[in-house]
Design a protein. Structure first.
Length: 310
């Protein structure tokens, strides 16, 4: 989920930008809508543009609102290991189930550097589960099979946002199934067909456009595994892909990655299920021609939510 922003949060002199009332409402809405867990403070969660005080209040509000009904993983990615550990310990004290953790962004990491980073955080925060935030564009790291083979020996590393389906079977084998790889919703059908016993969960940002379609998709895939009738699942995969398709400017993931925070938040605002609010600086600038695609994607997601709510 994004970090809801109050009006005016796109200004450099804004303070206390987090809409805590909307945060609590969205957490309750997601849980009542049937999600199994919440990931927050990633890229579109604006982990990089919140002050520590804002981040702390947001985490506290989410965890209090969830009240133990589902696990809440909060992003504690920072520019260095020591700050990451400080934030992760604070999140643990608040009651977070885990951290969605990317690599420090200043320098590109080697495999040895990346593995040691996760080992250090796990040693310092032994009670926090870790979801590896495997975003190649953001963290300038390819997350190769050699990396997964080594971090699989860290007990706290339990799952990962995962986008490399071409290497999925290889990475499952390298980790001996110790890490649950989560594809995005649009890729879940393909992953579940490829490895049905292992692939039983996905991550989604579409739930905050209205959760009905993605929770239904989860259940349809589960039923398809039992019956081996994948026809309905295939149709829903196409619907979800169609809703997402206009989000990518010029059909390019690289172009999308330059503006993904504001495009995602504008998509959510257009869907109308939650108020994501404005984007915090410096990532609040985007070519106007890109915005219509984001708004159309939000409208399509809202239509899916309405369809499957019925």
């Amino acid at each position: 989920m994004p970090t809801p922003a109050k009006p005016g949060s796109e200004k450099w002199d804004s303070e206390n930008t987090v809409d805590l009332e909307e945060t609590a409402r969205v957490v309750n809405g997601l849980i009542e809508g049937g999600v199994d867990g919440i990931l927050a403070l990633g890229t579109l969660g604006e982990c990089a543009t919140l002050t520590w005080e804002e981040k702390y209040e947001f985490m506290a509000t989410m965890i209090e609102a969830a009240a133990g009904r589902v696990p809440v993983f909060v992003g504690t990615t920072a520019l260095n290991t020591r700050e990451t550990i400080r934030e992760t310990r604070a999140a643990a004290e608040l009651g977070a189930a885990g951290t969605m953790l990317g690599l420090p962004m200043w320098c590109a990491s080697s495999v040895d550097t990346a593995v040691q980073f996760y080992k250090d955080v796990a040693e310092a925060c032994p009670d926090m589960a870790i979801c590896v935030y495997a975003n190649v564009e953001a963290f300038k790291f390819d997350f190769p099979t050699a990396f997964w083979a080594q971090v699989a020996s860290i007990p706290q590393v339990v799952t990962s946002k995962y986008n490399n389906l071409g290497n999925l079977l290889q990475d499952i084998a390298a980790t001996r199934g110790q890490i649950k790889f989560l594809p995005i919703d649009a890729a879940y059908y393909g992953a579940a067909r490829m490895e049905p016993d292992f692939c039983d969960a996905f991550w989604t940002n579409s739930a905050v456009c209205g959760p009905a379609a993605v929770t239904k998709f989860r259940d349809v895939i589960a039923e398809a595994k039992k019956t081996n009738d994948w026809s309905e699942a295939k149709v829903m995969a196409g619907e979800i892909g169609y809703a997402l398709s206009t989000l990518f400017p010029n059909g390019s993931f690289k172009d999308f990655s330059m503006y993904n925070i504001i495009l995602e938040k504008e998509r959510m605002n257009a869907a109308g299920w939650m108020v994501a609010g404005p984007t915090r600086p410096p990532y609040h600038i985007v070519p106007q021609s890109y915005l219509e695609g984001a708004h159309e994607s939000g409208r399509r997601a809202a239509a899916l939510h309405k369809k499957y709510s019925a």
